[in-house]
Design a protein around this ligand. Structure first.
Ligand SMILES: [Zn+2]
Length: 49
């Protein structure tokens, strides 16, 4: 597992911080933003970290 800098999708209500998260990896480039966006952490990323 690899923790990475927080990122999120403008289409999702959570942020991700693990490069093994499938939801995080599915974010399309045009929707990808850095940082948490003030959102809660993705539950998958919480388990992975
Ligand atoms: Zn995630």
């Amino acid at each position: 597992m690899a923790k990475v800098a927080a990122f999120h999708s403008i289409k999702q209500n959570v942020y991700h911080d693990n490069n093994k998260c499938t939801e995080g990896n599915n974010i399309e480039k045009e929707n990808l933003r850095t940082g948490t966006g003030g959102k809660p952490k993705c539950s998958h990323c919480s388990k992975l970290n």
